[in-house]
Design a protein around this ligand. Structure first.
Ligand SMILES: *[C@@H]1O[C@H](CO)[C@@H](O)[C@H](O)[C@H]1NC(C)=O
Ligand SMILES: *[C@@H]1O[C@H](CO)[C@@H](O)[C@H](O)[C@H]1NC(C)=O
Ligand SMILES: *[C@@H]1O[C@H](CO)[C@@H](O)[C@H](O)[C@H]1NC(C)=O
Ligand SMILES: *[C@@H]1O[C@H](CO)[C@@H](O)[C@H](O)[C@H]1NC(C)=O
Ligand SMILES: *[C@@H]1O[C@H](CO)[C@@H](O)[C@H](O)[C@H]1NC(C)=O
Ligand SMILES: *[C@@H]1O[C@H](CO)[C@@H](O)[C@H](O)[C@H]1NC(C)=O
Ligand SMILES: *[C@@H]1O[C@H](CO)[C@@H](O)[C@H](O)[C@H]1NC(C)=O
Ligand SMILES: *[C@@H]1O[C@H](CO)[C@@H](O)[C@H](O)[C@H]1NC(C)=O
Ligand SMILES: *[C@@H]1O[C@H](CO)[C@@H](O)[C@H](O)[C@H]1NC(C)=O
Ligand SMILES: *[C@@H]1O[C@H](CO)[C@@H](O)[C@H](O)[C@H]1NC(C)=O
Ligand SMILES: *[C@@H]1O[C@H](CO)[C@@H](O)[C@H](O)[C@H]1NC(C)=O
Ligand SMILES: *[C@@H]1O[C@H](CO)[C@@H](O)[C@H](O)[C@H]1NC(C)=O
Length: 321
C-alpha cells in the first residue's frame, strides 16, 4: 500500500497510535526502578541501595500522557516476582506498595532494613505464595497479614523477633509445619537472651476456643431464633457471625463475660425459606490466630394454605422438598 495515498488525517492517527505503543514500550523500559533489572514478569533488585521506597514500575506522569490506561495495569499485573536485596532505606512496607502488583506470586525482601509491614500490605495480592523476609530487623509480625493467602513458604531466617504473644502464631505454625516454617531456625529475644523460638514460653497467650449454642438447626419458615456463639481465650478474641448472603433479617448482639468470654447472639427474624441449607459460621480471632465453627440451617416451609392434606401441600410448595 502506498503511504502517500492515505489521507493525511488517517496518517496522523497512525503516527499517534505508533507513538503511543512506543511510549508504552519506553515507559516499561524507563520506569524500571534505579539499580533494578526488569522484565515483563520480574523485578530484580540485588544492588545495595539507600532508597526508601518500594520499587514501582511506572511513574505517575506517564499515565497522564496519552491513553495508556489500558496497558498500565497490565504492566503491573504481569509481574509475578519481585526480589529486593540490600536496600538499607526500605524500612516500611506500606499498604499501597504492593496493591498494583495483583498477579505477584513471589516476593523476596531480604537483607533490607524492613521493620514494619502495614496491616493490609498483601490485601490485593491473592496469588502470593512465597514470601522471603530473611535478614530484616523485624521484631514482630502479624498472622493477619497472611490470612487471605495460601502460603507455600514464609522464610524468616535471620529475623530475631521480640519474644511476645504477638509471635506465638509463628511458634504454632512451626509446630503444625505450616508455610515451611518447621524447617527454619527461628529466634526471639526475651530482653536478655536470644532464644530459639520453640523454647519461648508465653503464658496467657492461646488460640481462641469457640462454643455455639446449637449444632445443626431446624426451624420453620417465619420463625425467630437466637444462636449464641462464645469465643473464649486469652487474649479475649473478637467474635462474629458471618452472614453474607443470608436472606433472613438478622441482628447481632455482643456481650462480654469477664474475664475471657466474648459472646455474640445472632437473632434471625422471620426466617426465609431461601436460607434453607445456609451455613452460619462463627469466627473468633485474636493475635494468636483464628478458630471457627459452622452450623447448617434447615428451613422447613409452612404451607401457604392451612391444609391438612400433605399431598396438596407438596403440590403447592414443591420447593419445600
Ligand atoms: C546481582 O545479580 C547479578 C545476576 O544474578 C550478578 O551478576 C550481580 O553480581 C549481583 N550483584 C550483587 C551486588 O550481588
Ligand atoms: C549490601 O550493602 C552494603 C553497603 O550498603 C555492602 O557493604 C554489602 O556488601 C552489600 N551486600 C550485598 C550482599 O550486596
Ligand atoms: C482517551 O482518554 C480520554 C479522556 O480520558 C477519553 O475521553 C477518550 O475516550 C480516550 N480514548 C480512547 C481511545 O480510549
Ligand atoms: C501481560 O500478559 C498477557 C498474557 O500473558 C499478555 O498478553 C500481555 O501482553 C502482557 N502485558 C504486558 C504489558 O506485558
Ligand atoms: C531467602 O533469602 C535468604 C537470604 O538472602 C536466602 O538465603 C534464601 O535462600 C532465600 N530463600 C528462598 C526460598 O528464596
Ligand atoms: C522489641 O524489643 C526492643 C528492645 O527490647 C524494643 O526497643 C522494641 O520496642 C520492641 N519492639 C516491639 C515491636 O515491641
Ligand atoms: C512455661 O512457664 C510456666 C510458668 O510461667 C510453667 O509452669 C511451664 O511449665 C512452662 N512450660 C514449659 C514448656 O516450659
Ligand atoms: C456462653 O458463656 C456464658 C457465660 O459464661 C454461658 O452462660 C453460656 O452458657 C455460654 N454459651 C455457650 C453456647 O457456650
Ligand atoms: C450438620 O450438617 C452437616 C451437613 O449436612 C453434616 O455434615 C454434619 O455432620 C451435621 N452436624 C451435626 C452435629 O449434626
Ligand atoms: C443471648 O441469647 C441467650 C439465649 O437466647 C440469652 O439467654 C442471653 O441473655 C442473650 N444474651 C444477650 C446479651 O442478649
Ligand atoms: C416475612 O417474610 C415473608 C416473605 O419472606 C413476607 O411475605 C412477610 O411479610 C414477612 N413478615 C414479616 C412480619 O415481616
Ligand atoms: C474455618 O477454619 C478452617 C480451618 O482453619 C478454614 O479452612 C476455613 O477457611 C475457615 N472458614 C472460614 C469461613 O473462615
Amino acid at each position: 500500500m502506498d503511504l502517500f495515498s492515505i489521507p493525511p488525517r488517517v496518517c496522523w492517527w497512525r503516527i499517534v497510535f505508533l507513538l503511543s505503543i512506543f511510549q508504552d514500550y519506553m515507559s516499561s523500559m524507563l520506569d524500571c526502578p534505579p539499580t533494578c533489572r526488569c522484565s515483563t514478569t520480574n523485578i530484580f533488585c540485588n544492588e545495595s541501595y539507600q532508597g526508601n521506597f518500594f520499587p514501582l514500575l511506572a511513574l505517575q506522569d506517564t499515565v497522564n500522557d496519552g491513553n495508556t490506561t489500558n496497558s498500565l495495569p497490565d504492566l503491573f499485573e504481569n509481574i509475578s516476582s519481585i526480589h529486593i536485596e540490600n536496600w538499607s532505606g526500605l524500612q516500611t512496607l506500606r499498604d499501597v506498595d504492593m496493591e498494583l502488583y495483583t498477579g505477584i506470586q513471589r516476593l523476596n525482601i531480604v537483607n533490607c532494613n524492613l521493620r514494619t509491614i502495614q496491616s493490609r500490605a498483601f490485601a490485593k495480592n491473592p496469588y502470593l505464595r512465597y514470601i522471603n523476609l530473611s535478614g530484616n530487623p523485624l521484631t514482630t509480625l502479624s498472622w493477619q497479614l497472611f490470612q487471605n493467602l495460601q502460603l507455600f513458604e514464609l522464610k524468616l531466617e535471620g529475623v530475631v523477633f521480640n519474644c511476645s504473644c504477638n509471635i506465638r502464631w509463628i511458634q504454632l505454625w512451626q509446630q503444625r509445619g505450616e508455610a515451611g516454617l518447621h524447617n527454619q531456625h527461628l529466634f526471639c529475644n526475651n530482653g536478655v537472651f536470644k532464644i530459639p523460638l520453640q523454647r519461648m514460653n508465653i503464658s496467657h497467650c492461646d488460640l481462641p476456643e469457640i462454643s455455639v449454642s446449637h449444632s445443626n438447626l431446624t426451624v420453620m419458615e417465619g420463625d425467630r431464633v437466637t444462636i449464641t456463639c462464645n469465643g473464649s481465650g486469652v487474649p479475649v478474641p473478637e467474635v462474629d457471625w458471618t452472614v453474607g448472603g443470608l436472606h433472613s433479617i438478622n441482628t447481632h448482639q455482643s456481650n462480654q463475660y469477664p474475664p475471657n468470654v466474648h459472646s455474640i447472639n445472632l437473632t434471625l427474624v422471620n426466617i426465609s425459606r431461601d436460607d434453607n441449607s445456609f451455613m452460619l459460621t462463627c469466627i473468633a480471632e485474636n493475635i494468636v490466630g483464628m478458630t471457627n465453627a459452622s452450623i447448617q440451617l434447615s428451613v422447613q416451609c409452612k404451607c401457604s394454605f392451612s391444609c391438612s392434606l400433605s399431598l396438596e401441600c407438596l403440590y403447592i410448595e414443591p420447593q419445600c422438598l
